[in-house]
Each structure stands twice: as structure tokens, then as C-alpha cells.
Ligand binder design. Structure first.
Ligand code: ZN
Length: 392
């Protein structure tokens, strides 16, 4: 029979605060949630976990991870390494969306798909976007639409770069074509068909997206712009974008150099957005894990390079709550239910019977991740990985 796990007396955040609840896992699914569940008289083998001191939450959904590595802006030696399974699991991430980055020549979509399958085999859930920074996009089957319809793991396209010196300087017509192909492919495959957009530090901010939509049947909701906390001007443009009904994403990986030069930490950006009355369903945070974080001077010369960390995702949730007084369910929604909804991942990001048993136990006293379960399997206990990737 399916392995059973019973979490007793947890403070359940679905991400909404449901108070004290028990939660039963059967196999890879959440089977039941109720104030009192018991094993009764049955002799079924069941693992009972006392969750009295913990929040029980959905596993984190990280909507943008360079899990095959990225970078290369400083030459070949600056290409960043691949992500390992425990990088994600120790960070509480049970669903990761992989993308290419600046380099779509030595980093390929076939490599991205293979890594997605590897991580899935090792224990977490993964999807990817087809396409590339550059437009016309890299694809596997010759078109964005075909890739979305015929390849299970592709759920959207991107990250497409705009307002950035590393972009292909896409025209409005090119942006419209990408969005149109993604929309049709997404509709026919029953997927989100979202267009992930990397927004750089260029002065045009989000203007190319507004202009791409103007005079067409496209909607701003087709686009999912990220790195919106790069500077205050872009953040303000992001607030206007959200006020028009669209969604925005803040990047949690950062460097002290960036923070000293105008970047707003994701936790602070989230607090600003919430204080402006933007709904958490329109706000997400993503780690940009394993991206290169190149430091350029004002004339575009590379000064240094660091690597994005997937662990920054939960650290930013903690900081939003502890340093910026964002309510925990609100901050949690931006890394669980909100990205799952935007990406069309119906089994992810919430605690509800019938959905995937991706679960975190978070210590109530200091908001540190204690245990991680993905599709019902225990991957982290007491902060230690109990399952490792093939080469860890
Ligand atoms: Zn990016």
C-alpha cells in the first residue's frame, strides 16, 4: 500500500493561515486536512510526525532558476556551475523552473531538458521555458508554439531580455510574435504559455512591454517580468505594471555591490508593493539561482562576477517577515501559490487534499527550514539532507 505520513498539530499555512491542523499524506498526495486525524484502529503502517513547534507550508515554487548554470559574461572561465539537488532541497524549493540565460550557444535547451529530468528523477518537480534571451528565440522543434504543444516540460518561453545591453534589442514586432506564439502554444497544450521577461537596467524599463501590447489583442498578463527590484525606477515601473493588472517578479539573489548601487532587496521591494496595496497574487519572488551576477561599471565593463543562490529565496521570505513586517502568509504566497497560479501548475503551491505532497516544516520560533518533503518523500530532516543527488 501507499506509504502514509500523519503530521500532527501543525500550524498550517496553505499559504493562508488555517490554524492548528493535522495533515495526512498518502503516497505522493495530500490525502486529508482536519483539526484531528487519527490512525484509528487500523494496523496500516504510518509515520506520525509531531509538528507542534512548526509551521506546515507548501514547498517553495522557484519560478526562475538557471539549473544548468549560466553566465559567461567574463569569458569561458566565468560560466557558472550547475545546481545540485540539495542546493534546492536544503533551500525548501520543491518545484523549480529552469531557463537559459545570456548564453544560448554553449547552454542549450536539450541540456536544460535533460537536467530537468535528472532533478525530477532525484526527487523534486521541474519544468522549463523554451526560448532564450535572444529573439528570434532558440527552440527545439523550430517554433515556440510547437515546443509548448509537444514537449511536456516546456510551460512558457523566456527569459527574453529587454532594456539590457545583453539583449538582442528586440523590436516591438518581435516581442509581439513571441507573445502570440506562446499564447497559442499555451492554449493548445493547456499550459500557461507565459513569457518570462528579463528586464535589465536600461532606461526604457518596462516600456517595450506596454508598447508591444498597445493596439493588439495581447494582454500585459501574457508577460512575467523579472528583476523588477533592480533599481527604484524599475520598481516604480513595476508597480504601475501591476496596477494595470499584470504580474511582477522580484529577484532574491543579489550582491552587496548591487545593494550599494541602487538595487532594492527583494524583501524590501515586497514590503513596498504590499504597502501600495498590490495583491500578493500579482507578486512573486524567484531566486535566479546559479545565474551569474555580473558587476558592470557605467561604461559596461565587467568588474566582477558572483553566483546566484537558490537559498536566497527563503532568506528573503524570512527577511520580509522579520525585517519588513510583511505577514508570513502574504510573503509565503509570493513563493508558493502565486507563482504556481501564474505558471499554471495546478498541483503545486498550496496545501489541499488531492494536491502534490510538497511540504515544509518551518520552525515557529525563528522561521528556519527544518524538514522538506517532495511528492511525499522525505528529502531533508532537521536541516540535513537525507537524500542527495547522484553526484553529491
Ligand atoms: Zn535574468
Amino acid at each position: 500500500m501507499l506509504p502514509l505520513k500523519l503530521f500532527k498539530n501543525a500550524r498550517l499555512l496553505s499559504p493562508n493561515d488555517l490554524g492548528r491542523q493535522d495533515l495526512l499524506v498518502a503516497g505522493n498526495k495530500i490525502a486529508a486536512i482536519a483539526p484531528q486525524l487519527s490512525q484509528g484502529d487500523s494496523n496500516f503502517p504510518i509515520e506520525v510526525i509531531d509538528a507542534t513547534d512548526f509551521y506546515l507550508t507548501p514547498g517553495l515554487v522557484d519560478s526562475l532558476v538557471h539549473f544548468i548554470g549560466g553566465g559567461g559574461e567574463g569569458g569561458f572561465a566565468s560560466r557558472t556551475p550547475e545546481m545540485m539537488l540539495t542546493d534546492a532541497t536544503l533551500a525548501g524549493v520543491t518545484t523549480a523552473i529552469g531557463v537559459l540565460g545570456t548564453d544560448a550557444t554553449t547552454r542549450t535547451l536539450s541540456n536544460l531538458l535533460a537536467k530537468a529530468w535528472a532533478l525530477e528523477t532525484e526527487g523534486i518537480s521541474t519544468w522549463c521555458h523554451t526560448g532564450s534571451y535572444q529573439v528570434p528565440c532558440r527552440t527545439l522543434l523550430g517554433s515556440i508554439t510547437d515546443d509548448l504543444i509537444l514537449i511536456d516540460k516546456f510551460i512558457g518561453v523566456g527569459e527574453i531580455a529587454i532594456s539590457d545591453h545583453r539583449s538582442s534589442q528586440p523590436t516591438l514586432e518581435e516581442l509581439r510574435k513571441v507573445a502570440a506564439q506562446a499564447r497559442v502554444g499555451g492554449m493548445l497544450a493547456g499550459k500557461s504559455g507565459i513569457v518570462s521577461v528579463h528586464v535589465g537596467s536600461g532606461a526604457s524599463l518596462l516600456e517595450p512591454l506596454h508598447q508591444a501590447v498597445a493596439g493588439t489583442e495581447l494582454s500585459l498578463r501574457q508577460f512575467y517580468p523579472t528583476h523588477i527590484n533592480r533599481n527604484q525606477a524599475l520598481l516604480n515601473a513595476g508597480f504601475a505594471f501591476a496596477a494595470a493588472g499584470a504580474v511582477i517578479d522580484f529577484t532574491t539573489s543579489t550582491t552587496s555591490y548591487d545593494l550599494q548601487h541602487g538595487e532594492i532587496a527583494a524583501a524590501e521591494a515586497l514590503a513596498q508593493a504590499i504597502n501600495r496595496g498590490i495583491c500578493s497574487s500579482q507578486l512573486t519572488m524567484s531566486s535566479d539561482g546559479n545565474a551569474s551576477l555580473p558587476i558592470f561599471n557605467s561604461s559596461g565593463q565587467l568588474l566582477g562576477l558572483e553566483v546566484g543562490k537558490i537559498s536566497s529565496l527563503w532568506q528573503s521570505v524570512r527577511s520580509a517577515v522579520l525585517d519588513w513586517q510583511v505577514p508570513l502568509p502574504t510573503a509565503l504566497a509570493t513563493v508558493t501559490s502565486s507563482p504556481a497560479n501564474i505558471l499554471g501548475l495546478a498541483e503545486k503551491g498550496r496545501l489541499q487534499p488531492g494536491l502534490d505532497a510538497d511540504l515544509l516544516l518551518i520552525r515557529c520560533d525563528d522561521l528556519v527550514i527544518d524538514s522538506v518533503f517532495a511528492k511525499g518523500k522525505s528529502l531533508v530532516r532537521s536541516g540535513k539532507a537525507v537524500v542527495k543527488g547522484t553526484f553529491e
